[in-house]
Design a protein around this ligand. Structure first.
Ligand code: PLP
Length: 419
């Protein structure tokens, strides 16, 4: 695809720019000079308004582990449409879905459904404060937990300093309560917690997805579990990406570390909007109406998202070889790309990225060392080859069950050609 000749997309963007800030509904989509507009999607492919078919390695930033418009999820949604799509009352889907999710996650005795991952982390942080009676939170530099105030903190402001807002409109008084430590650095966490007894929780993506994948070093997650426990600090695993991506039970199951609270989103909605937070029973019992920590939502637990979610989780459970197949697809791509020099391929199952850096980064500072000038050139060449990668050097790329051997071969060839 040649971005100069997409007449329909450029016209749509001209109109959108006047009506919507930046012309888009979420900042990362504002590709320059204008984004392509998608009018259809199936399997591993996107179809643009100008009639071009692209191989998709963004997969809506993670939710679509089964690919676009999966027929089984589609028919579950269609069947539910007949029965209505919003009740405003409890539905039988809720206990059914809650049973699946708590059954899969060692760290979740109870769960509350919400409508996005951002909402889930916002509520989990409030709950951690409500449970511990403490004020501060610690997050990981480069970790992303959605677009709300407490977590919109400038990265790289250092372990012992107070947080600095990463967005206009966020009060510095508020982010002063958010501290940051580097990933894969248990000593830095220990130092912050030793100095500050007012920390309610550490919130962490167990595998850094939003600048990655950046993988946990051996023993790191177990170590931070020990440290948080020793300081009476809750451990929140933000598994919005890793949940059902790195396997059933997410990173907590894969790495054998039990957090106090877990947030989920993305895959559990089967492509429809969703979020969830859950954790130890004694903590979750503080959530309203059972307890004093308020949380509510008009669309929470809506029957359509839950239908798609249940169908997806059922599919993941029933297709025993699915994660093995995803691993094999990932490996095939990795081997197909091979060693191109000047960069490195990092992968965990179906999460991957080619970093413009000679060795795999271990934290945000090392990710920032990537060749930021080379990436946009490479990205544009890939798009011209009809391959859509997330339009940011920092986002994780995803494979789905729908990526065929043919897609993977085309991808590997394109990487070699465009690098
Ligand atoms: C995507 C994401 C979120 C935010 O989820 P939304 O549904 O976009 O609000 C939170 N945490 C992590 C780790 C994410 O990847």
């Amino acid at each position: 695809m040649n971005t100069e000749t997409n007449k329909k997309s450029s016209e749509l963007f001209e109109e959108a720019k006047i009506l919507m800030p930046g012309g888009v509904s979420s900042p990362v989509r504002a590709i320059k000079p204008y984004p392509f507009y998608t009018t259809g999607a199936k399997g591993a492919h996107l179809r643009t308004a100008d009639g071009i078919t692209l191989i998709d390695c963004c997969m809506a930033y993670g939710p679509l582990i089964l690919g676009h418009a999966h027929p089984e999820i589609g028919s579950a949604i269609e069947e539910q449409l007949e029965r209505g799509w919003l009740y405003g009352t409890p539905s039988p889907f809720e206990p059914e879905f809650a049973k699946m999710i708590t059954g899969d996650h060692p760290g979740m005795d109870m769960v509350r459904f919400v409508s996005s991952g951002s909402e889930a982390t916002m509520a989990a942080i409030r709950l951690a404060r409500g449970f511990t009676g403490k004020k501060d939170i610690v997050k990981i530099e480069g970790g992303f937990h959605g677009a709300h105030d407490a977590v919109l903190v400038k990265a790289g402001s250092g372990a012992t300093t107070m947080g600095v807002p990463d967005s206009a409109g966020v009060l510095s008084d508020l982010v002063a309560h958010t501290r940051q430590v580097p990933y894969n650095d248990p000593e830095a966490l220990e130092a912050v917690l030793a100095k500050n007894s007012d920390v309610a929780a550490l919130i962490i993506e167990p595998v850094l997805g939003n600048i990655g994948p950046v993988l946990p070093q051996d023993g790191y997650l177990k170590e931070i579990r020990k440290i948080t426990k020793a300081h009476d600090v809750l451990l929140i695993f933000d598994e919005v990406i890793t949940g059902y991506r790195v396997g059933i039970g997410g990173a907590q199951k894969k790495f054998g570390v039990k957090p106090d609270l877990t947030t989920l989103g993305k895959i559990i909605g089967g492509g429809l909007p969703i979020g969830a937070f859950g954790g130890r029973r004694e903590i979750m019992e503080l959530v309203a109406p059972q307890g004093p920590v308020y949380q509510a939502g008009t669309f929470s637990g809506n029957p359509l998202s839950l239908t798609a979610g249940i169908a997806t989780l059922r599919y993941l459970h029933e297709n025993a070889s699915l994660y093995k197949n995803l691993e094999e697809k990932g490996r095939a791509l990795e081997e197909g790309i091979g060693d191109m020099g000047g960069g490195c391929f990092v992968r965990l199952g179906s999460m991957f990225k080619y970093f413009f850096r000679s060795s795999p980064p271990k934290d945000y500072r090392e990710v920032k060392e990537c060749d930021t000038a080379a990436f946009p050139v490479f990205w544009k060449k890939m798009l011209d080859t009809n391959i859509f990668l997330p339009p940011s050097q920092f986002e994780t790329n995803f494979l789905s069950e729908a990526h065929t051997d043919h897609d993977l071969a085309a991808l590997a060839q394109a990487y070699r050609k465009c690098r």
